[in-house]
Design a protein around this ligand. Sequence first.
Ligand SMILES: O=CC(=O)O
Length: 356
Amino acid sequence: MAMMLASSRKIPCFAQRIGRFAQRNRCGLKHAQTMEKPCVLAPIGQEAIYPCFAPCIEKHFTIVSYETFAQKREDFADKIQAVFVWGGALKVDRGLLQSLPKLKAVVNGGVGVDHLDISLINSFGVKVSNTPHVVDNATADIGMGLMLASARKIIQADNFSRHYESADMPESSMGNDVSGATLGIIGMGRIGYKVARRAYGFDMKILYHNRSRRKEEEERAVGAVYCEKMEELLQKSDFVMVVVNLSPQTHKLIGAKELAMMKSSSTLINISRGLVVDQDALVDALQRKVIKAAALDVTYPEPLPRGHPLLSFPNVIVLPHIGTHTVETSQIMVERMVTNALAAVNGEQLPNEVKI
Ligand SMILES: O=CC(=O)O
């Protein structure tokens, strides 16, 4: 009977229609619920860096993408309570701050906040947070990856395997051992120390230069020797890795003078910020073979424009700033950003507020 009725009364058709109706209602409900969530501005959608992490933000917030905001600024201006930023993709300038009267926080993914004018942002009563600790392992790993790739000519060798009809293995496939070589770390904060722990496992000799000396037991644990003067580190190291924050004191810290102090057989690795190294001086040093090679996760600008002289050297590796880009790190980073944004929206202390 059920079958007959179903057939004669076209019940499946109605069921489908009811289903669609219910679905529409559910969507409507979802929409209503999400509209009640506080709005945040985040790079999701076309311009997204981490599209797969949107659900983590959407659990608590309604996301307005940068793109949508750019098109319909006035629709969202008095709704947005937090801005999610990864690097300098969105300029948090006076104009933006003036147009967001309800804004409570700028939550930054990553540790470096050199792209944010914190005093300006604070002057609008808006707080800034970052995600310290989270990025340390991934960033230290990219430093080690760059050092090994450069020492063992991994990129050139891969290129040769793919194009050996047209590409020569330049000069020689012979690289250099990192084991037994000296690594000089400039900036022995959390990330620098993680690099030292890894390099110690590779039997490297470790020198470091930092504003303040590490505790003796910390030095001993990784066999690191403190160089009060950076010159000493530059003169003695086979690999120099730069891991400092960008500040007025570290802006172009490595310039022509510093490069000239390095061994002609040495390699410069930068995992901090592009502007810590004077790029013109680096190009000149490479052209004149003042140093052997360079491996850079960071440059200015990022990415480097095609045709930039640094991209013409086979002994230079350039990455587009991917130090923190792992699924695991990014997931924790987004969770921390959400925690900070929630605290700001609820008028609580931000767990990772950056103060000046
Ligand atoms: O560049 C990465 C960071 O600042 O964490």
